[in-house]
Ligand binder design. Structure first.
Ligand SMILES: C[S@@+](CC[C@H](N)C(=O)[O-])C[C@H]1O[C@@H](n2cnc3c(N)ncnc32)[C@H](O)[C@@H]1O
Length: 278
């Protein structure tokens, strides 16, 4: 990706909606890339140089939701992860230019992050916006929201910690609503986000502008459920098997533009090819 140096004070928008924040003078830029996930549990205090509330955004895409939150809540530390290197490069660059030293961005799967690099009871909030429904039969096993994943979210959260989940996919939402209450005190949320009324994420902007419903909720990790019991429970609950509505596939194609340059779009395609080869 060629490094285009943006002008201080400049702003960007996606689909006519401003990307939060303003580009700062270069001397105020931050370094927010977490280039290599360390072996074992991630040491957040070392990474951020302080002890603060910890927030994770899983499948953060181009990072819009974390930019919104990190700007609004400088007292919290944020980690955004995604399996696509190119979107993490874009998110990192935007955060760097905005001087968001309370963010870090890493290429890693959400399940792997929680399973291998996250201490039990250490995270204040986990957010997940528009996990892919995956349409083809041979891709169903890639669906992120499974009972095991939810048990890992539960394990990672501090007692009573917050999990926020949002999708535009009715059948995926139907599945989520059946499983979530096993691990969280769950409640559905309605109406636009107070801090981002036009949409919290890129995918949400696209869906809202097409008049599609957004399904959103939040839950507190159940206090009377310990990790061992949560794991056992996960094994007894059904997997996310449903026929994805292929009419929503068009949104995926739109989204995969990512608000990227032609070079960025080529990067998305390259990342995908590399993943298929592995
Ligand atoms: C539909 S997009 C949504 C992106 C963003 N959250 C939004 O709402 O605009 C789903 C994102 O999840 C990422 N993703 C898919 N599977 C993942 C996994 N197992 N772990 C982390 N990210 C994943 C994809 O690369 C993609 O960027």
């Amino acid at each position: 990706m060629s490094e285009h140096i943006p002008v201080a004070g400049s702003t960007e928008d996606e689909f006519g909606v401003p990307v939060p924040g303003v580009v700062l003078p270069q001397e105020q830029w931050a370094r927010t890339a977490l280039k290599k996930m360390p072996d074992g549990v991630l040491d957040w205090a070392h990474l951020f140089g302080r002890n603060a509330a910890r927030v994770i955004d899983i499948g953060c895409g181009n990072g819009r939701s974390m930019l919104v939150s990190a700007l609004a809540r400088p007292e919290c530390d944020f980690l955004g992860v995604d399996i696509l290197p190119v979107v993490i490069r874009y998110a990192t660059r935007r955060a760097n230019h905005r001087g968001l030293s309370n963010t870090r961005w890493a290429v890693i799967g959400g399940r792997e992050l929680l399973l291998n690099h996250t201490a039990a009871g250490s995270i204040s909030e986990v957010h997940c916006y528009h996990p892919q429904p995956w349409y083809r039969r041979d891709q169903v096993s890639r669906r992120l929201i499974t009972p095991e994943f939810l048990s890992l979210v539960h394990r990672s959260l501090q007692p009573g910690g917050r999990f926020v989940l949002q999708t535009d996919h009715p059948l995926y939402w139907g599945y989520m609503l059946k499983i979530l209450p096993h691990f969280f005190e769950w409640r559905e949320l309605s109406g636009p986000w107070p801090e981002a009324p036009a949409g919290m994420t890129r995918r949400e902007l696209i869906a809202v502008q097409r008049g599609l419903p957004i399904f959103r909720g939040e839950g507190r990790a159940k206090l009377d459920l310990d990790s061992e019991r949560a794991m056992q429970l996960a094994e007894s609950l059904p997997l996310p098997i449903f026929n994805a509505d292929r009419r929503l596939l068009e949104l995926d194609r739109l989204e995969q533009g990512m608000g990227l340059s032609a070079g960025g779009r080529r990067g998305v395609q390259r990342d995908r090819r590399n993943r298929r080869r592995r």
